[in-house]
Ligand binder design. Structure first.
Ligand code: IVH
Length: 673
């Protein structure tokens, strides 16, 4: 059993050291999440042993984001923090503790809100006009960042933002969170990398940087978003429920914490939490947990505060998605187009529930912008199922023995000299017969979005290539003649082989758009493939089209048109197309059965995931009613059909005033159930 006094002293030392590295030297050795873990451990020990709290404990100094360069603002009420919970047990214990402090028989109900991962701002409105905006600072005094906050379009400069019959109180002080939407953050980092600058490690750091600009024109160029979730002080608002308050704030024109909801019982909250966690990646914004709040604000006020944390609310924190570890080696993968992708092999690190030992470094521009080297301690971020990312380097941990990551001179799979086309970001293995390229291409050819051949997983593809059964994707269609030899392969039982051969046979009949997609031409995804299929009607016509003719298809620019032309001109590719043709793969666009012509002359753009229809089904419906699906939004687009997690197309549609339809609207338009 560790002596708590000794551990507490050790934690204080560690926190002082890492705090100094972070705040004074701006050269941290550990991630924010690791720092928080140490901090939380100390908080817990101090709760258990209040007599061992020392005045120099880092917990005795509340967070401070004060900067000498800004005027100071004294907050009208302390800007509090939140106690954390990490499990259902913590949530139940919190309710139990709360109920014990209240008259017996009290029944509590709650709001559940996302815990937005940004920076607190405190906004003061006088007679409906924004007069001041401040950071949290140390909770008592913050930095005056009014000019910067004014640049944020989601912060109303006047409330109510729309004349709606409501009047603003004489004074209203609200609290909210300033942050980057994920897509804005990604765009920002893409610009940083393009300019050869290091990308920001995470959206929160980037938002903090934007908010602390002395020149608000710089803040204005950074598209921040602000959500509001609390009233700090007000004159004359009679609402006494958090849920009513959120509704009120929404009516005043604030963007309120999206997805916030009222629940009469804690059981319901418990059922909702895993949904938030599972859905975390699909949201437009980063959350690091959810916040449970006692709905009755009078009760919440009575419950009071312990330390800096109001008793009437609890932050349920999700596991951190970031960790730091050592980059042991750089390895290079080669994709189907020959593109070389640098990857980091890592000392295994446990992040958010899984062990991570590989992460992508994207491309060599990214490597250069990050200045990441072998031997570095790196920050790794993991999101959902995607490959983890190296997002930053802890430069302070360098010893001098780190070595640069440079593109390989030869392909690690076929030893061909790697090429770097002028003006291209990427490096390529130019050998179209490179076994790794063939493997990746065949894997893509048979995948769900392409020819969707049943029974052909990655391992089977690998075996078929290794054993010499296929040397390109067209060879798949010769396998039927080699049934006996296939049966001799280890793990290729009769049932499996027959399933495979049936699947391959069936794939010959796939619609033209899918065949085009499966070819794997760079830049030709399923939407462009469908556009090509509709426009030209057959693969022969596409193959014979000039770059100018290809350029006539909506959504195909000059560069892509040239790329498609060059692809067909490559003898290796035209050879494959020839083989596919000989083996009876469909090369004709089927004349469509017409279900009606109500969409005649209308063009649609699809974005996001629709609740029930797949992309293909929606396209089919549109086309069978005489409409057209194109890949990018322009003023000429008739409708944007939008599902969940839409991309930038939705934004563009809004900008160009193109009507946006949900699946339900779309069904109504076609008069289908
Ligand atoms: S309520 C007394 N609600 O989380 C009220 N905070 O870990 C305390 N945060 O500093 C805040 N989303 O910056 C509240 N829906 C939400 C929130 C939220 C994010 C942040 C806030 C706070 C931090 C505490």
């Amino acid at each position: 059993m560790v002596d708590p006094a000794a551990r507490m002293s050790e934690l204080r030392d560690l926190l002082h050291f890492h705090g100094y590295r972070y705040y004074v030297l701006s050269s941290p050795l550990i991630t924010d999440a690791e720092y928080d873990a140490l901090y939380n451990e100390l908080v817990e020990l101090e709760k258990a042993h209040p007599d061992l709290i020392t005045p120099d404990s880092p917990t005795q100094r509340s967070g401070n984001d004060l900067s000498e360069e800004f005027a100071k603002v004294r907050h009208v009420a302390p800007i509090l923090s939140l106690a954390n919970g990490y499990s259902v047990e913590d949530v139940r214990a919190w309710e139990e503790r709360t109920l014990k402090l209240l008259p017996s028989g009290t029944i509590l109900s709650y709001t559940l809100e996302p815990k937005l991962d940004g920076l607190t701002v405190v906004l003061t409105y006088e007679n409906g006009v924004l007069v001041q905006a401040a950071t949290r600072g140390n909770g008592e005094v913050g930095d005056d960042v009014t000019p910067n906050i004014r640049t944020i379009r989601t912060v109303p400069l006047r409330i109510p933002a729309h004349a709606n019959g409501m009047t603003a109180p004489e004074r209203l002080v609200v609290r909210g969170e300033v942050m980057y939407l994920k897509r804005d953050f990604e765009a920002l980092n893409a610009r940083q990398i393009e300019a050869g600058l290091p990308p920001f490690i995470n959206a929160r750091n980037a938002a903090s940087g934007a908010l602390k600009q002395k020149d608000s024109r710089i803040t204005a160029s950074r598209p921040l978003t602000a959500y509001v979730y609390q009233v700090v002080a007000s004159s004359g608002i009679m609402l006494d429920k958090q849920w009513d308050m959120l509704e009120y704030l929404g009516n005043m024109g604030f963007l309120i914490a999206p997805g916030a909801a009222y629940y009469p019982t804690l059981e319901q909250i418990e059922a909702e939490i895993p949904k938030w966690e599972a859905n975390r990646d699909a949201l437009d914004y980063e959350i690091d947990g959810v916040v449970i709040k006692v709905n009755d604000l009078r009760i919440a006020a009575e419950l009071g505060v312990v330390g800096k944390d109001p008793r009437g609310a609890l932050a349920y924190k999700f596991p951190a998605r970031e960790g730091s570890t050592k980059l042991l080696r750089a390895v290079f993968t080669v994709g189907r187009t020959g593109r070389v992708i640098p990857n980091a092999q890592l000392e295994p690190v446990f992040i958010g529930g899984i062990t991570v030992s590989n992460a992508t470094l994207h491309n060599f521009d990214y490597v250069k912008a990050l200045d990441v080297r072998v031997g570095d301690t790196v920050v790794v971020k993991r999101m959902g199922d995607v490959i983890p990312n190296v997002v930053g380097v802890i430069a302070g941990a360098r010893t001098g023995s780190e070595t640069a990551i440079t593109p390989p001179e030869h392909c690690p799979y076929c030893d061909t000299r790697i090429v770097h086309p002028e003006d291209a970001v990427d490096y390529y293995c130019p050998n179209v017969r490179c076994p790794e390229r063939v493997y990746r291409q065949v894997e893509f050819f048979v995948s769900r979005g392409a020819l969707d051949i049943d029974g052909l997983g990655a391992q089977t593809v690998k075996t078929l290539i290794e054993k010499g059964f296929i040397s390109d994707e067209a060879d798949l269609f010769d396998l039927a003649e080699k049934r006996d030899q296939l049966l001799e392969l280890e793990g290729f039982a009769e049932k499996k082989v027959d399933k495979l051969l049936t699947g391959i046979q069936a794939a010959k009949e796939r619609p033209l758009a899918r065949v085009i997609t499966a070819l794997g031409i760079e830049g030709v995804g399923s939407t462009i493939a469908a556009d090509l299929a509709v426009h030209f009607g057959s693969l022969d016509a596409i193959q014979n089209a000039s770059a100018e003719e290809l350029n006539e298809v909506e959504g195909i620019g000059e560069v892509l048109a040239g790329g498609i032309r060059a692809w067909f001109d490559d003898p290796f590719h035209s050879g494959i197309v020839g083989k596919l043709r000989e083996r009876g793969v469909n090369m004709q666009g089927a004349p469509r059965e017409r279900a009606g012509d109500s969409l005649e002359g209308k063009t649609f753009v699809l974005t996001g995931t629709l609740p029930t229809l797949t992309r293909e089904q929606a396209t089919d419906l549109i086309e069978s009613h005489g409409g057209k699906v194109v890949s990018s939004v322009s003023k000429k687009t008739s409708f944007v059909l939008m599902g969940d997690s839409p991309g930038s197309k939705a934004e563009k549609a809004a900008k160009l005033s193109v009507p946006i339809l949900s699946e339900a609207d779309f069904r109504a338009l076609l008069g289908i159930e």
